[in-house]
Design a protein around this ligand. Structure first.
Ligand code: 5RP
Length: 222
């Protein structure tokens, strides 16, 4: 918890009155939003936010963020978490199944900042890559994916059967083992009809990663 808190605390200093934030999802983003909420109250800031999930929408509302969308505003900064970050700052995201809107927000934002605790740092990406799939295309996509990785349909907790994303789709967690070439895997996943989005966020999308440790945090830039 301290790592998430320390990373969030450092990121908080980059937020200025009147900014629009692309709000990622997950527990680290929630820690950040709670801290931002305290600043909004204390300093009377007006902060706009475009949430990537119902989770971040509710956390944004609770913390006094003015919710908006990509029609009204362009995000100045996207704040998000990640499940793994490699030594070149490529990330795997989608542990919370919000990867599609998260990637759209990252692409649409002027700057992208990823907050992680140090347990997320790895030399090479190696965890299963979440892939959001249109339910209609599920059978076809599983067949295609099975020739390049081991896909597993993500099941719900507190619900039988597959989880359904905020966009009404399935998630396949795709095990590629150690990913030597994230660019190639990302491109291949993107090329499959019925794949809505994949959880590889290439470093070209990311401006900096803030890594939180037990007592402090540091910014890693490319
Ligand atoms: C959600 C995500 C999250 O950012 C990622 O899973 C990290 O979550 P947490 O901050 O809870 O560790 O990609 O889709």
């Amino acid at each position: 918890m301290n790592g998430k808190y320390n990373a969030s605390k450092l990121a908080l200093g980059l937020i200025k009155d009147g900014m629009t934030i692309g709000i990622g999802s997950g527990s680290t983003v929630e820690v950040f939003l709670n801290l931002l909420g305290e600043r909004i109250k204390r300093e009377g800031l007006r902060i706009y936010g475009i949430p990537s999930s119902y989770q971040s929408m509710l956390a944004g509302l609770k913390n006094g963020i003015i919710l908006t969308d990509l029609v009204e505003r362009e995000p100045d900064i996207c704040i998000d978490g990640a499940d793994q970050v490699d030594s070149r700052l490529n990330c795997i995201k989608g542990g919370g199944a919000a990867l599609t809107r998260e990637k759209i927000l990252a692409i649409a934002s002027k700057k992208v900042l990823i907050l992680v605790d140090k347990s997320k740092l790895v030399e090479k990406l190696s965890m299963p890559v979440p892939v959001e799939v249109l339910p209609f295309a599920y059978g076809y996509v599983v067949k295609k994916l099975s020739s390049i990785c081991k896909p597993k349909l993500r099941e719900g907790k507190g619900k039988v059967g597959p989880i359904i994303t905020d966009n009404g789709n399935f998630i396949l967690d795709c095990d590629f083992g150690v990913i030597e070439n994230p660019e190639a895997v990302e491109k291949e996943l993107r090329s499959i009809a019925g794949v809505v989005e994949n959880g590889i966020f290439l470093s070209e999308l990311i401006d900096a990663v803030i890594v939180g440790g037990d007592y402090s945090a540091e910014i890693i830039k490319k």
